[in-house]
Design a protein around this ligand. Structure first.
Ligand SMILES: C[S@@+](CC[C@H](N)C(=O)[O-])C[C@H]1O[C@@H](n2cnc3c(N)ncnc32)[C@H](O)[C@@H]1O
Length: 425
């Protein structure tokens, strides 16, 4: 029997998915994906149905084909070496505001770019060429720098710059401490016993409170990350049957930050009332946000730590988005217990977080993103992304009456799921 020709199979997959995308782009008169500075920054919209599915399949197949073509030996010899220095080069270029100083059209000489930014002229080409080899910036003629479609958004979007800053400034030092953390704290639940703490001498958020520049940039990085990756407020407003809650029902957005998710749900469901609970420092921002969206009469803010007893009894929904994955089971069970003590017979807890899919059930790309997040949660907080079994164990450990009523995942949700809990009657 002839051996399976994986290369040919993958190439055929790639062709058929490219055909779907081409048809979609042409039918919708969209610009073709391109490396040029005027190329689209997100060529295939996420809500494009079959085209979005074909795009995901194309990304998976091209990665597999590339990996097979490079092969095990060369992959290991070069093991992420270019990627490592690419992250370093981009972090350094962004630190010197290179993206903002390259013109949006045309090019600039290395000499002029160096004099505008203070980047040493002798080093600048070495950093830019590392980036350009990875599609960020271009050198249309020797000695001159221009934007590509990939670098151009960084010229104007502070939040995208922060995404690169976060990888370079906080994740690289944390990743460098993984072995130390495994050796010293293999079984800890404490946010003080982490790789992040070893690298920065404080907890993930404690360090940010004393380094306000980190706090602000991390906020920006999360904004851009969650807007493109996590499920949006609009998606959450559609995925759960908020419309079935009685008129005037109260929804708490616990650890809701400024309340941007509560605001999105409130806009879609005018019969509901909301209370955002978080630290005092977010109260003013939250009030401004609600006023700007005309929601001040329906979305309030309460200064409240979820490690204190929950003051609002019998709310319709106690909602948590991206809170549990920041805490170990020890701490999650503490704040979930406070909520159980406050629940009425018809209350629900709705947890918006990842449910890690069973092994070998998703694409390698999806698995790699989830496991990167899981290790990021572990090394930053001693927390984790939870599988169905992890969620069941955590919930059962809090109160035997607490049960999972349902889990709302794909296709209504994209990355996160909504895990809905109720008290057994
Ligand atoms: C990862 S953010 C999630 C924010 C929001 N739920 C969202 O999805 O965008 C974590 C939030 O938890 C808040 N937080 C952390 N510890 C808290 C505590 N003990 N009590 C209340 N909020 C807390 C933080 O201030 C921050 O707003």
């Amino acid at each position: 029997m002839a051996a399976v020709n994986h290369l040919a199979q993958l190439a055929a997959d790639i062709s058929s998915n490219v055909a779907v995308l081409t048809e979609y782009i042409e039918a919708n008169k969209l610009p073709q994906p391109s490396f040029d500075a005027d190329g689209p920054s997100h060529p295939i919209p996420d809500d494009s149905g079959d085209a979005a599915v074909a795009r995901a399949a194309l990304i998976e197949a091209t990665k597999a084909l590339h990996t097979l073509a490079v092969g095990p030996s060369e992959t290991t010899i070069y093991f992420n070496l270019p990627e490592l220095y690419f992250v370093g080069a981009m972090g350094t270029l962004c630190h010197y505001k290179i993206p903002q100083n390259v013109p949006l059209q045309g090019s600039i000489s290395y000499a002029e770019l160096a004099s505008k930014t203070g980047f040493p002229e002798n080093l600048l080409p070495r950093f830019v060429r590392m980036a350009a080899a990875n599609y960020y910036f271009a050198e249309p003629q020797e000695g001159f720098v221009a934007h590509s479609a990939f670098s151009k958004p960084l010229a104007i979007d502070e939040k995208k710059q922060a995404a690169i800053w976060f990888r370079h400034t906080e994740l690289i030092p944390t990743v460098a401490k993984l072995i130390d953390m495994v050796e010293q704290f293999p079984d800890s639940s404490e946010p003080t016993e982490t790789a992040f703490h070893m690298a920065f001498g404080g907890t993930f958020f404690g360090h940010k409170e004393t380094h306000i520049d980190h706090m602000i940039k991390f906020g920006y990085a999360m904004d851009t990350f969650t807007s493109g990756y996590s499920d949006s407020g609009e998606a959450i407003a559609k995925a759960f049957a908020w419309e079935d809650l009685p008129e005037g029902s109260l929804v708490l957005d616990i650890g809701g930050g400024t309340g941007h998710i509560a605001a999105a749900i409130a806009e879609a469901h005018p019969h509901l009332k909301f209370e955002v609970q978080d630290y005092e420092k977010l109260g003013e921002e939250s009030k401004k946000l609600m006023a700007s969206r005309g929601l001040s009469d329906r979305v309030g803010f309460r200064v409240h730590s979820f490690f204190e007893p929950e003051p609002v009894k019998g709310a319709a929904v106690y909602f948590f988005r991206n809170i549990f994955h920041d805490w170990s089971d020890l701490y999650c069970s503490k704040f979930l217990k406070h909520v159980v003590d406050a629940m009425g017979p018809d209350s629900r807890v709705v947890i918006c977080d990842i449910v890690v899919p069973p092994v070998n059930t998703t694409s390698k790309i999806a698995a790699s993103r989830v496991h990167a997040l899981d290790l990021q949660m572990w090394s930053s907080f001693n927390a984790k992304e939870r599988s169905e079994k992890d969620w069941e164990q955590l919930i059962a450990s809090v109160d035997s009456r607490l049960t999972i009523e349902k889990v709302i995942g794909q296709p209504k949700m994209r990355r996160d799921s909504l895990t809905v809990l109720q008290l057994k009657k």
